[in-house]
Design a protein around this ligand. Structure first.
Ligand code: DX5
Ligand code: ZN
Length: 217
């Protein structure tokens, strides 16, 4: 199980050193939530901030775009140093073009689905995708409760495309990660659980241990 701490729960006043710290604490990827106040009712940051903090970690930058018509900005996120770019199937009229832009720029394309969106909406694109992001909360805010019924989507994806990476995002903590692991999730985003922990290194380790134990059983 890969752990991608979401910097949405970091101290934005010292974002660079927060990213440096979670990298040393064992983060596999750095998850960056980009929100535009249209696709989701919240605002965060965009390419200039990502570019500024890129140098604080050598781990992959996993950029989760919660913005309308993301194809308009792919070039900017590539230049800022994104390694994986997830965009929402609900937000983009030309999904093929957006996937191609990401791949042509040397990054890995991923499609994300909100809780109310059927997983079948990503099926036409599976061959071209590196990953599918299954939201386990309504996108927009950290600290919400995990929606366990979304794991049905994970099981469906894993049955259809066993090689495809599947990520879940929202409400992952020490109590919920076992269930996600058993469903076949490859990467868990964790915001509050990692950044809110007294000892972040210990927390990342404990999350991985719970996932490992759940699969071993
Ligand atoms: C929500 C974001 C998540 C969020 C997760 O829209 O995509 O990445 O930060 O936060 P937690 O882990 O606190 O649910
Ligand atoms: Zn996210």
């Amino acid at each position: 199980m890969q752990i991608a701490p979401s910097v949405l729960s970091a101290d934005f006043a010292k974002l660079g050193t927060e990213i440096e710290e979670i990298t040393q604490a064992g983060a596999d990827w750095i998850h960056l939530d980009v929100m535009d106040g249209h696709f989701v009712p919240n605002l965060t940051f965009g390419p200039p901030v990502i570019k500024m903090v890129r140098g604080f970690s050598n781990q992959p930058f996993d950029v989760h775009l919660m913005i309308d018509r993301p194809s308009r900005y792919i070039e900017n996120f590539l230049k800022a140093g994104a390694d994986i770019i997830s965009f929402h199937v609900e937000a983009e009229p030309d999904i093929d073009k957006t996937i191609d832009l990401i791949a042509a720029g040397g990054a890995k394309p991923a499609l994300a689905v909100k809780p109310g969106t059927p997983i079948q909406t990503v099926y036409p694109y599976l061959d071209k995708l590196y990953m599918v992001l299954v939201m386990t909360v309504e996108p927009g805010f950290g600290g919400q409760s995990f929606m366990g019924d979304m794991l049905e989507k994970v099981r469906a994806l894993k049955a259809k495309a066993p090689e495809l990476l599947v990520q879940v995002d929202g409400g992952i903590n020490l109590d919920t990660i076992a269930e996600a692991a058993k469903a076949g999730v490859d990467c868990c985003v964790a915001g509050t659980s990692v950044f809110g922990a007294e000892d972040r290194e210990q927390r990342i380790f404990a999350l991985k241990a719970r996932a490992f134990d759940a699969i071993a059983k």
